[in-house]
Design a protein around this ligand. Structure first.
Ligand code: ADP
Length: 168
């Protein structure tokens, strides 16, 4: 029997409850889910690549068919290397659509054997974005509704906040 594998690529700076929801849903669709963490220096990440990979590994430790791999190459080449037949992406409202549509279209032209599949996170988690989590935390706001307690602690530590950032 052939194994069905997917790659879920992203920056994960830091990994959020939105990402984790997509990972959980995706892991049920395939035999093997490879989370591809990109170097993405253009985004000036808050966390280094090894830090982001460690965070994703820690938060997905309970999923037996999920692995975390670094990548710094063309996504379609990375997917082929990993033996994946699918690229998994999460779709949030209209804001993501244009970019995702364009990327999926170009990737299809690069490699038509690999299918891009879009999943929606739980409705309550859809607005979450790593960029906004960082922005809220920088201004001392509560981020515990958007990330796990361990990630909230990592962000607090990076920003030099003494306390965990807690909501009501
Ligand atoms: P990138 O740098 O490629 O945008 P991200 O780490 O921001 O990577 O996100 C990786 C993937 O997860 C993208 O497909 C993004 O749309 C999706 N994603 C992020 N947050 C959410 C969310 N709250 N709900 C659904 N999908 C999400």
């Amino acid at each position: 029997m052939t194994q069905r594998a997917a790659v879920y690529p992203g920056t994960f700076d830091p990994v959020t409850l939105g990402h984790l929801d997509i990972i959980q849903r995706g892991s049920r669709l395939v035999d093997r889910l490879v989370i591809g963490v990109t170097t993405n220096p253009s985004k000036e990440p808050m966390f280094t690549l090894p830090e982001r990979m460690d965070m994703v590994r820690r938060e997905t430790a309970d999923f037996p068919n999920v692995s975390v791999v670094e990548f710094d190459s063309l996504l379609m080449n990375f997917a082929e290397e990993q033996g994946a037949s699918m690229i998994l992406r999460g779709l949030r409202a209209v804001a993501d659509f244009e970019y995702e549509y364009q990327m999926a279209g170009m990737n299809q032209q690069l490699n038509d054997r690999i299918e891009t599949v879009f999943l929606m996170a739980d409705v309550s988690l859809q607005p979450i974005a790593s960029r906004l989590v960082k922005e809220i935390a920088r201004y001392g706001g509560a981020i515990d509704k958007f990330v796990t307690p361990a990630v909230a602690a990592d962000v607090a530590a990076r920003l030099g906040h003494k306390d965990l950032i807690r909501g009501k």
